[in-house]
Each structure stands twice: as C-alpha cells, then as structure tokens.
Design a protein around this ligand. Structure first.
Ligand SMILES: *[C@@H]1O[C@H](CO)[C@@H](O)[C@H](O)[C@H]1NC(C)=O
Ligand SMILES: *[C@@H]1O[C@H](CO)[C@@H](O)[C@H](O)[C@H]1NC(C)=O
Length: 115
C-alpha cells in the first residue's frame, strides 16, 4: 500500500522513482532494536523447537544497500527491483549440528511390551 501511494505521488509530482523490494533482509544491524527480519533470524539462532512450513526469500543487507545506491546513481534504473538472493524453506535454514547424513530412524517392536 505504501508503495502504491508512492507510485501515485511520483506520477502526480513528476518525481523519478525506483522501488527496491527486498525479501527477508539478513546481515549486520544498524539499529539497536529487532525488526521483522532480524527477529526471524534470532529465533533460528536461539534454537527453534519447531519451524513453520514456509519458504522465504533471503537477501544480504549489504546487497540491499548496494541496490539502493545503484538505483539512485544509475539513471537507467527504473520501476521495481525485487531483491532475493535465494529462496529457502525453513528446513533448509535450520541446519543440523553437523553435515553428516542423518542417522536413520528405526522401529522398535511394541509387541513384547504390549503382551
Ligand atoms: C531490518 O534491519 C535491517 C538492518 O538494519 C535492515 O536492513 C532491514 O531493512 C530491516 N528490515 C525491515 C523489515 O525493516
Ligand atoms: C506444507 O505446505 C505445502 C504447500 O502449501 C503443503 O502442500 C504441505 O502439505 C504442507 N506440509 C505440511 C506438513 O503441512
């Protein structure tokens, strides 16, 4: 909604506008407080017990900063730029403690105990 309003404003006022739309932004924080992206990453670091069945587009904050500079400095920049380095499911982001193959699960017979 904010972007729509900005496009409308830029057309009405004849302002040259470029929109940068990043996915989940990760990297060093400038501000002392957490925002949406940083809070999502912190919950991963703190060791989520479960994770949502969801995918997110991820992008490095330094690439987002560079895109803003280029959008400002390069006259041919126009329209909307969606910035995503990689789309990953939560299960790919939350890594196992090591890179070795998962230990296989097994079945334990309950027959004897039930009897
Ligand atoms: C979160 O903070 C980072 C680092 O300051 C910033 O690049 C990013 O745009 C912020 N994300 C949101 C959704 O405000
Ligand atoms: C995860 O989401 C996909 C796509 O919506 C769906 O097909 C799948 O059944 C979901 N998996 C679980 C475990 O809910």
């Amino acid at each position: 909604m904010a972007e729509d309003a900005a496009w409308k404003f830029s057309k009405e006022k004849g302002v040259d506008m470029v929109a940068i739309n990043p996915g989940m932004v990760i990297g060093p924080l400038l501000q002392p407080t957490l925002n949406t992206s940083a809070a999502a990453v912190l919950s991963l670091i703190k060791g989520l017990q479960t994770f949502p069945n969801a995918t997110f587009g991820w992008v490095n904050v330094k690439d987002v900063a560079n895109a803003h500079i280029q959008a400002f400095e390069i006259p041919s920049a126009s329209g909307r730029y969606c910035l995503v380095e990689r789309v990953a499911h939560y299960s790919e982001v939350v890594k196992c403690a090591d890179d070795k193959p998962y230990v296989p699960t097994c079945h334990v017979s309950k027959e004897k105990a039930r009897s």
